[in-house]
Ligand binder design. Sequence first.
Ligand SMILES: [Zn+2]
Length: 103
Amino acid sequence: MHTIYAAADPIEAEILRSYLAQHGIAARVFGAALWGGRGDLPLDAWPRLVVDDQRDVEPARELLRRYEHRRHAQASWLCGCGERSPVHFEICWACGLERPTGP
Ligand SMILES: [Zn+2]
């Protein structure tokens, strides 16, 4: 059993599990059943995605990297200078221009 990802919560874990399944990788969610009582549990009680087959580890990690990339892109805005800033930045961190309004 190989851990490939620690999810933020059981919902994300399930989304990613089906995302991997769509790409032919049979991952399982591990630890989500303990979620309700996580207050007293160590960090490794967070939901994790695991695969049984060693050969699935690298392709799965690659898919998850793409997922994180996309999520990151949604949580940022693109400045005219070509740099991305996090959504909570009102000005570009690189050039100081104001965040463009509209789409
Ligand atoms: Zn800029």
